[in-house]
Design a protein around this ligand. Structure first.
Ligand code: ZN
Length: 264
């Protein structure tokens, strides 16, 4: 009996215990299963969400990057163009300036050279002309004076000779013809003839001598002239000018008029 009871108790206990363990086990198993399921679901969901999010994010990011790229490209192009334009312009200006400067210099040099050469030629010509004129004038004046002097001397001599010859015949014929035949009365005949004979030539000689030298001292008088001036001077320091000697006749031949200051 006791055994049965024990067995029964045991059995009951076993049942109870089993039931209780089952319950406990069931409960803990369910809890555990829930946790596991949650975790694995969570993990999977997370992974799937991550992937989807990553894909979408990538797509969207790429799209956004595309428009950024576009605008960045445009801006970069504009800036690059601007910079390149400015630098190109600067370089072009510098080169253009250098080329223009060289060309301008060449042309300016050419023009300046030609003008300088022209002025130099003109000045040289004027000076040379002036000096040549002065030298020629001096030489011509000297030679002219000498020639005039010689010619004047020759003519004067000839004139004097002729005049002297003309005056001479009267006494020579009277002495030639009457001297030979009359010997008795030469003393009375010769004195009256010789007195008028000597008086006539002396007048004619005096008149010819006074005619020739009278104009020559006035025209041969030295005056002072300049290369280009319209006046002749007596004072070679008049107005502090540079003067050249000339005769009054030469000055008048050139159409020069007397200086009001020193000639009057
Ligand atoms: Zn003067």
């Amino acid at each position: 009996m006791e055994r049965r009871k024990l067995y029964g108790l045991l059995a009951a206990c076993l049942v109870l215990c089993t039931t209780g363990g089952y319950i406990v086990g069931e409960r803990s198993g369910a809890a555990r299963g829930a946790v596991d399921g949650y975790e694995s679901g969570y993990t999977e969901g997370t992974n799937a969400g991550y992937d989807a999010g990553k894909k979408d994010g990538y797509t969207e990011g790429r799209a956004a990057a595309g428009s950024d790229y576009e605008s960045g490209y445009q801006k970069g192009t504009e800036e690059g163009y601007q910079q390149g334009y400015e630098e190109g312009q600067k370089a072009g200006n510098a080169e253009g300036y250098a080329t223009g400067e060289a060309a301008g210099y060449k042309q300016g040099y050419q023009i300046g050279y030609e003008e300088g050469a022209g002025i130099g030629y003109d000045n040289g010509y004027k000076d040379g002309n002036g000096v040549g004129y002065d030298n020629g004038y001096k030489d011509g004046s000297g030679v002219g004076y000498d020639n005039g002097y010689k010619a004047g001397t020759g003519v004067g001599y000839d004139n004097g000779y002729k005049a002297g010859q003309r005056a001479a015949p009267t006494p020579s014929t009277s002495t030639a013809t009457p001297s030979a035949p009359p010997v008795s009365a030469p003393t009375t005949s010769t004195p009256p003839d010789s007195v008028p004979a000597t008086s006539t030539p002396s007048v004619s000689v005096a008149s010819t001598v006074s005619e020739n030298p009278a104009p020559s001292p006035a025209s041969v008088r030295t005056v002072y002239v300049t290369k280009t001036g319209k006046r002749y001077h007596y004072d070679n320091h008049c107005n502090g000018g540079t003067y050249y000697e000339a005769t009054l006749a030469e000055a008048e031949a050139r159409g020069l008029t007397p200086c009001q200051k020193c000639v009057g």
